[in-house]
Write a protein that binds this ligand. Structure first.
Ligand code: NDP
Length: 315
């Protein structure tokens, strides 16, 4: 077929999971080719300081760290291509992937590491201060607000977990909940309700993130029942209203859970399709850390290597 190329090990996505899979796959001589996606480097390229990734004693910047990952993957022999996967066909082997709607690739093994995207409220001020007081990851950025007052929006398990995490570091945590109840599990709600420095503000929506042009200094909220507005004097604003896994292109081709995350066999990165593996946030809605993603990227490369070796033995 014209414009079709065959690749031994294809990696889709270029966050910590994709690059780590690439590093391991390249060292195992699987000749990996990576399709980066629209945001090379993934979610970490939108963060600033990263202090919790081992190996960087002084911390580093998210974009710089991903540049280091890229250089390491490339130095070891990964071919990195800018592109976006627009279709897949996993119905027969070799599996087919279409890139940028025009180019067809067939691959012996595929590692999906397309990540997840945080949901945002969609306020212009939220975008303006993103990385400068606004964050979608308390575990990543909470430390920078030690001893300060912060607010978090959301009422699911993530918001509840992040609010209690922030409460340990911060002076006060305002939790902005849009309804008069939580979505989070009873145990998590119990923990939030029993944390003295968390103040829950029900029936409220965020109107604006306020600041001096450089950093955040407040959040304007409104009670949905009374329309009464209030300004919370905070220096940090955390958004924890859920994530969307980047799996729309795989829908119907691979088993996903009810939220769209790729289902993997526990303890492995194997998906419902033989020869297709998944690593990182695309299959993990609980931990979502660069280091856990990198770890599962390593697992995916090792799983792919074993699969390819077994396939070679049979052939
Ligand atoms: P969820 O979808 O469960 O919750 C999202 C929350 O954000 C809801 O409370 C929702 O409100 C609120 N929300 C959504 N949009 C807005 C908005 N525009 N303004 C204000 N609030 C908004 O997402 P989570 O990330 O919390 O959890 C995802 C999945 O991961 C769940 O299945 C959860 O159980 C699981 N998880 C498990 C953990 C664990 O076991 N330790 C830890 C973290 C997550 P509303 O309720 O009104 O819809």
């Amino acid at each position: 077929m014209e414009n079709t190329e065959h690749i031994h090990c294809l990696i889709i996505g270029s966050g910590p999971a994709g690059y780590t899979a690439a590093i391991y796959a390249a060292r195992a001589d699987l000749k990996p080719v990576m399709i980066t996606g629209m945001q090379p480097g993934g979610q970490l390229t939108t963060t600033t300081e990263v202090e919790n990734y081992p190996g960087y004693p002084e911390g580093t910047q998210g974009p710089e760290m991903m540049e280091d990952f890229r250089k390491q993957a490339e130095r070891l022999g990964t071919e990195i291509r800018f592109g976006y996967v627009t279709a897949v066909d996993f119905s027969a082997k070799p599996h087919k992937v279409t890139v940028d709607e025009t180019k067809t690739i067939t691959a012996d093994a595929i590692i999906i590491a397309t990540g997840a995207s945080a949901k945002w409220l969609g306020l212009p001020s939220e975008e303006k201060y993103n990385g400068f007081g606004v964050s979608a990851c308390a575990v990543c950025d909470g430390f920078f607000f030690k001893g300060q007052d912060v607010a978090i929006v959301g009422a699911g398990d993530t918001a509840a977990e992040e609010a209690t995490y922030l409460a340990k570091l911060c002076n006060k945590v305002y939790m902005i909940v849009r309804r008069d109840e939580f979505r989070a599990s009873k145990a998590m709600v119990h923990r939030v309700l029993n944390t003295p420095n968390i103040e829950i503000i029900y029936n409220s929506e965020t109107k604006e993130i306020m600041g001096d042009g450089q950093t955040v200094n407040g959040v304007k909220i409104a009670n949905k029942l009374t329309q009464e507005e209030r300004i919370l004097a905070v220096t940090g604003f955390f958004v924890a209203i859920g994530h969307t896994p980047n799996t729309s292109v795989f829908k119907g081709s691979i088993n996903l859970d009810e939220s769209g995350y790729i289902l993997t066999t526990p303890g492995t990165t194997k998906t419902s399709v033989e020869g297709v593996f998944a690593a990182g946030d695309v299959q993990d809605k609980i931990y979502r850390q660069a280091v856990t993603s990198a770890g599962s990227g390593c697992m995916a490369a090792l799983d792919a290597e074993r699969y390819l070796a077994a396939a070679h033995d049979i052939a």
